[in-house]
Ligand binder design. Sequence first.
Ligand code: XMP
Ligand code: MG
Length: 178
Amino acid sequence: MTEVTVNGKVFQVLISRKELEEKIEALANLINSKYSGEEPPLLVGILNGSFIFMADLVRRLHFPCTIQFIRIESYTGMSTSGVVKMEADVSPRWVGRHVIVIEDIVDTGHTLSRFIPVLKSHQPASVFVCALLFKKEALEVSVQLDEYCFLIGRKFVVGYGLDYDGYGRNLPEIYQLK
Ligand code: XMP
Ligand code: MG
């Protein structure tokens, strides 16, 4: 499908399934070579958007690891509300762990800039941050972003876990607002 309507707005395909698979495979290879032989890392996925990316990525990892999800929200409709709501289980389980943060998209950077210091205050052994998408032109604050799969423009995107007001997460490709 090249065009879809989500919640009354028309979107066109931006990133195909094949491109998604290739980039996620490349990221998994990189993470495999970085963490093989290390203490088992903890992968922390940021909900809701990262659930499909996380699922596709972890099935390509060949080392022992554990998985945690946390919920951070800042978007209402198509714009960031500026207020970052965080529901994190900040238990001591981050202490001494190699933590890999999995984010769907880095846009203004506020979500990660709020979360990473909280994570680091729990003294993890290391922190590696990766995102599927990076809207570099929209970045408002500097953030730790170690790897990303795709650099995209400012247009709002949906699909592959990302939503427009709750809809569109189930689309297998990434679509951008027409
Ligand atoms: P910030 O601006 O804090 O944004 O870097 C990160 C979070 O905002 C959501 N986000 C989007 N969701 N299409 C979406 O469906 C977009 O274009 C978009 N831009 C930002 C997303 O939840 C991300 O974790
Ligand atoms: Mg998100």
